[in-house]
Design a protein around this ligand. Sequence first.
Ligand SMILES: *Cc1c(COP(=O)(O)O)cnc(C)c1O
Length: 363
Amino acid sequence: MRIEKCQISSIDKINWEIDIPFGKYFSDHILYCEYKNETWNEPIIKPFSNFSFSPITLVFHYGQAIFEGMKAFKDKEKNVFLFRPLENFHRLNISAKRLAMPTIPYNIFFEGLINLLNLDKNWIPMKYGYSLYIRPFMIASAGPLSAKPSSNYIFLVICTPVNNYYSRPLKVKIEQKYSRSTNGGIGFIKAAGNYAASFFPTQKAKAEGYDQILWTDSATHSIIEEAGTMNVFFYIKNCLITAPADEKILNGVTRKSIIDIAKRNKIKVEERYLTVEELKYYFKKNLVNEIFGSGTAVIINPLKLISIQNSNYILPALNNKNRISYYFKKYILDIQHNLSNDPFNWRFKISTNYTSKNQLIHF
Ligand SMILES: *Cc1c(COP(=O)(O)O)cnc(C)c1O
């Protein structure tokens, strides 16, 4: 792996005491790796900088673009950890296959991350809940303009520091016209186009005074799928319900982690679809304790109001200590910051003396 270090770090631009807006500041270095002639070239770590592309580059026309989102954390001794990075690695390759893109080799992904994090470790905040958000992504980087998979690709990793932003309880609207995902579609992968397609319906919901959309199935709009760009959990009658990770649901790492924590701690959990009618019924019977979205950025985000066909249903306003969603959030954060045992082996320690590929195999 080639490493080109930057001349001057831009870390001093950041005032860590005040708000760090998500995705505004990026660490000094990026991982950059080209795929050409059916092979991945030697990865390069280089200073964060702009690129230039021909207007015929296929990513601009047919949208072959996928991404991941993961986080690096520090503990009190400044040890650096990733949270379940194998999950992101596997999911990136599932996304790649679905969009007819080449898969990323294990060593490029992990050697790249380890070198990048060792170089930019000052960018990983120490504070509880703070982290370095890592964005791996891959784009089609060649022409000609014909509608077929590109011959060349670029895999990149960029990093942005994030704080423990307070996840304000959300007002959401059940969407019964637009859909995020379809049978046989690409809703189960992190394709850039999925986000593009969600912006317009979300904008409309925002104009109506909601924060987010609760997506329903495209065929009948009667089955609840996800909340915005998060998985969604319902806590009803002491049972956690979330949609099964099938071909229409993004298989979130946070979702998986919540299910594992619930099972280990004897919290009842059902992976099944909940219908809009069922939800209305449970609201009328006062049986809905909590509803929350889950995703890497926020970990969990509680909902406070759901609009179903123009009727508003209000969720109980609870203190954090009474929220099961907060229990999951703290459980995950404590593992991420090495403050608790790691019974699931989710922490992936970034060793500072990493030198050879062989070392990687032992993780
Ligand atoms: C990324 C994403 C999630 C959350 O996945 P995590 O691995 O928990 O971050 C949920 N839904 C959609 C549509 C997503 O893109």
